[in-house]
Design a protein around this ligand. Structure first.
Ligand code: HMG
Ligand code: MG
Length: 313
């Protein structure tokens, strides 16, 4: 698709020159889909995302297949895309998951912790501290093999069972993951309740507590339409790793009210307008999301995908 409508480039002061988009469409985007997406379609989706210029594409999860049936084909899928010259992180919840990922040659993994007890229980069937104890040898074992480790922290801004989440609770989990050896963190707004001031406050407290901004990524869901505003706040703070999902697909099966992630196209549109480099071709990416939406049988929720693809008709 040739995109004839692009934002005018007007840089804002003191923002990063370049951002790395951590694309989660194939994992976070699909994990909640009710009907099974064929493995070949997932592989094609990942190939198209790489072709659109995305350099970090979360491919799948080595979790218990009963917990996330949509990703039960991780063993079939991963070898179909592992030749791609892009980073392909995969989620692992425990040693079993790490063993499965390493057996296929994965070089990047992500463990996923929670800032709240309720979500640790719902998502991992463990208390918060039990889940950290499970991650500790997993992270250390991965690092020993030179594998890059991302540590997600879910429910950083609010939790559907517990409501507001105190910042010190989030910081404790972030520090525990950094101490284990995680190379980067991703601050998850799992249910999309964050607002920009809250984002800035958490990032500042993390810095005060010794967690530098260069190890922090942000992961916004767009439930309340705040994902781009929150992203802008994170950029102002100096964050250069932004998670997003092609076409705005997504949700978490273990968190009621988790809707789609920040759409990668909406993010790229804003970053292009700000003159921030991403390496992503917006036309190819939009084409990919339109193609995926056809496979899923419903239009993409991304405003940018809708605007650009309507212009094409
Ligand atoms: P459990 O039932 O407590 O597991 O589940 P267990 O340790 O008691 O083991 C029970 C059985 O499962 C055993 O088999 C294990 O071998 C097997 P048995 O001996 O009975 O035959 N098993 C496994 N099999 C395959 N792969 C594995 C595995 N582990 C154990 N990895 C468990 C605990 C962690 C496994 C389960 O809770 C789980 O898989 N949870 C995953 C949930 C999930 O994937 N959620 C979505 C991702 S998180 C997210 O979306 C948020 C994020 O986007 C950020 C944000 O938005 O906030 C990242
Ligand atoms: Mg998520």
């Amino acid at each position: 698709m040739t995109v004839d409508q692009l934002p005018m480039v007007v840089p804002a002061q003191d923002l990063p020159a370049r951002v790395r988009i951590h694309e989660v469409g194939a994992r976070d985007g699909l994990q909640n889909e009710k009907s099974t997406v064929p493995t070949e379609v997932k592989a094609e989706f990942i190939r198209r995302l790489a072709d659109a210029g995305l350099t970090t594409i979360e491919a799948t999860s080595f979790v218990h297949p009963k917990w996330v049936p949509q990703l039960a084909d991780a063993e079939e899928l991963f070898p179909q895309v592992s030749d791609l010259q892009v980073a392909l992180p995969v989620l692992v919840p425990n040693q079993r998951g790490l063993d499965r990922a390493l057996a296929l040659g994965a070089r990047r993994i992500a463990v996923f912790a929670s800032a709240t007890e309720s979500f640790a229980k719902a998502n991992l069937n463990r208390s918060l501290d039990e889940s950290l104890a499970v991650f500790d040898p997993v992270v250390r074992g991965a690092k020993d093999k030179g594998v890059h480790v991302r540590g997600y922290v879910s429910m950083c801004f609010g939790d559907p069972w517990e409501g507001a989440v105190p910042i010190h609770q989030v910081v404790r989990v972030c520090k525990a993951l950094v101490d284990m050896g995680c190379d980067e963190l991703s601050l998850g707004d799992t249910i999309g309740v964050a607002t920009p001031g809250h984002v800035l406050e958490l990032l500042s407290v993390l810095n005060e507590e010794g967690v530098p901004t260069n190890v922090v990524g942000v992961h916004f869901h767009d439930t309340y339409g705040q994902a781009l505003a929150n992203t802008y706040a994170a950029l102002e703070h100096g964050v250069t790793t932004i998670d997003a999902s092609a076409g705005g697909l997504g949700g978490c099966p273990y968190a009621k009210s988790a809707t789609g992630n920040l759409a990668t196209e909406d993010l790229v549109w804003m970053l292009q307008g700000l003159g921030i480099e991403t390496g992503v071709d917006l036309g190819r990416l939009t084409e990919t999301s339109v193609w995926m939406a056809e496979r899923l049988g419903r239009p993409s929720p991304s405003r940018t995908v809708r605007a650009l693809s309507h212009k094409d008709q």
